[in-house]
Design a protein around this ligand. Structure first.
Ligand code: HEM
Length: 123
């Protein structure tokens, strides 16, 4: 499963995931299109986590366990917030707090990935 530990593949999976999330958000609530988009998004959660875990295992040799741990947690929380927003929208419950948390966790995760952790792009 070496091919999964690939930064470009990881970037592709979360970029598509984020796009699918916004498409699902703007689609009519409860529509067939939204349900299908949400289903495909859930499949992409699996791809994001698989590539993330594979990179995480690779990163363990670099002696930056804490930073990698936070990246892992941040990525999972981003996925968690996307899922919370979509399911709460369906139940017509307020989502403001989860939007704030989504952007906070997204910022932390991107910052760690692009600026702190050494593999892939280093801005
Ligand atoms: C939607 C959620 C996620 C976003 C937006 C995201 C974002 C990023 C970004 C921007 C990078 C750096 C790419 C580069 O350096 O070119 C990265 C790398 C990485 N991500 Fe994620 N990620 C997400 C989910 C996850 C998850 C769930 C995990 C773990 C299970 C994870 C683990 C990693 C690891 C280990 C790296 C390599 C870090 C390095 O050494 O550069 N990511 N991710």
């Amino acid at each position: 499963m070496d091919f999964l530990a690939n930064i470009d593949l990881h970037i592709a999976t979360w970029a598509i995931g984020i796009i699918l999330f916004f498409v699902a958000v703007i689609m009519a609530k409860g529509s067939k299109g939204q349900k299908i988009t949400h289903m495909i998004l859930r499949l992409f959660y699996v791809f994001i986590i698989l590539t993330g875990v594979a990179l995480f295992i690779d990163g363990m040799k670099l002696d930056m366990g804490m930073q990698y741990g936070f990246k892992f947690l941040g990525g999972i929380l981003v996925i968690g917030m996307m899922e919370m927003i979509l399911t709460r929208m369906k139940k017509q419950k307020p989502t403001t707090m989860f939007w704030v948390l989504l952007f906070v966790f997204l910022f932390i995760t991107m910052f760690l990935g692009f600026f702190i952790l050494p593999m892939g792009t280093n801005l």
